[in-house]
Design a protein around this ligand. Structure first.
Ligand SMILES: Nc1ncnc2c1ncn2[C@@H]1O[C@H](COP(=O)(O)OP(=O)(O)O)[C@@H](O)[C@H]1O
Ligand SMILES: [Mg+2]
Length: 339
């Protein structure tokens, strides 16, 4: 036995670490390589999640958030680059204790749980898979404890997914994720299918669990008010790339990238029907043929000629990173507008 199989992840390693990760999908079964169409779902993304952090990933539909989420938990392999979970490359056989450190909660709790099995069975499954709990009785007791942790009564263990509300079912999927005793949970649009009041309950549950268990979250959402409520860090994606990444407080107070500014312009919107992303001018370009240079340039109010030719790098400015060729100039413009 090598030491790496039994060692727990070093505490200083990020829980999740994406190192220049690219994921492309080939469309159709076209034999002629000149006609093959490639979707650039995630391009050259580097991000990390530290213990206890909540990293919100925001951006319009189709920008690669779900693909990134599945890469981050090892459900999908990168085309290029490396994903590390607890410092261990996700492509290799992860030691058991490392594999369960990151769990996944999807947008749709109905598709996540088997309709023919009880909720207790679903929550207990990870216990069996990861060899947690010595006996059936011990596992049943743990299932009740997990239900309590997410605010559901113990008798819910006997219910089927069809017999509970959407909000309760989403809490059950969170309980199932917790069963593995993870250090981080990747949540892909956890509130997307829920009504407003139920959303708030789930957000509060996530806050409580973060506090009591010291959990890290990767929170994929296009609801910016929820990101603002929960996130310690924010990454903004546009057409598969991260255009801005940094401490949430800084980004919400002073968005730096032109795309982030357009997104955040929509936050103080009291009408819930319009709380989705703002309507930017123009369409999101195709991920099959992303625009050359900065992919945002066709829709950017600040674009100049060179934005159409040069690809901006994600550059560090203090703790913040932003990928805009005109970053320094735009700061001056923003200062002038404020003054
Ligand atoms: N399995 C797949 N095969 C082909 N294209 C895919 C696949 N999964 C995602 N895509 C494409 O990759 C891009 C990013 O998708 P996705 O990660 O689902 O974005 P988001 O979650 O931000 O809406 C989209 O253009 C989508 O159509
Ligand atoms: Mg998605």
């Amino acid at each position: 036995m090598t030491t790496s199989t039994s060692a727990s992840p070093p505490s200083e390693a990020p829980l999740i670490d994406l190192d220049r990760v690219t994921r492309r999908f080939a469309l159709g079964k076209v034999l002629d390589p000149r006609k093959r169409r490639i979707v650039h779902a995630v391009e050259d993304v580097s991000l990390s999640l530290g213990p206890g952090e909540t990293l919100a990933i925001v951006g319009e539909s189709g920008c690669g958030k779900s693909t990134l989420a599945r890469l981050a938990v090892g459900l999908l392999r990168p085309t290029m680059g490396e994903v590390r979970i607890g410092g261990v490359p996700a492509g290799s056989r992860l030691p058991r204790g490392v594999r369960r450190t990151v769990q996944f909660v999807s947008q749709n709790p109905w598709s996540a749980l088997n309709r023919r099995k009880s909720i207790g069975h679903a929550i207990g499954q990870p216990l069996a898979v990861h060899g947690l709990g010595a006996s059936d009785a011990e596992r049943a007791a743990r299932v009740h404890e997990l239900l309590e942790q997410v605010g559901l009564p113990p008798e819910y263990a006997e219910r089927r997914p069809g017999g509970v509300s959407g909000g309760e079912l989403q809490r059950a999927t969170v309980a199932r994720a917790l069963a593995a005793s993870p250090r981080a949970i990747v949540l892909d649009g956890p509130t997307a299918s829920l009504d407003v009041g139920v959303k708030a309950t789930l957000v509060n549950l996530l806050l409580d669990l973060r506090e009591s268990l010291g959990l890290g979250y990767v929170l994929i959402t296009h609801e910016l008010d929820i990101a603002r409520h929960l996130a310690t860090h924010v990454a903004v994606m546009y057409l598969g790339r991260v255009v801005e990444w940094g401490p949430a407080e800084e980004i919400f107070a002073a968005p730096r990238h032109p795309y982030t500014r357009t997104l955040l312009a929509a936050i103080p919107e009291p009408d819930p029907a319009r709380r989705e992303l703002p309507v930017l001018t123009g369409e999101v370009p195709s991920a099959v043929n992303p625009p050359p240079g900065c992919a945002f340039h066709p829709r950017c109010p600040y674009a100049v000629d060179r934005c159409a030719h040069e690809m901006p790098e994600l550059v560090s400015i203090g703790e913040r990173r932003s990928a805009c060729l005109r970053d320094a100039e735009l700061l001056d413009i923003a200062a002038a507008e404020d003054g």
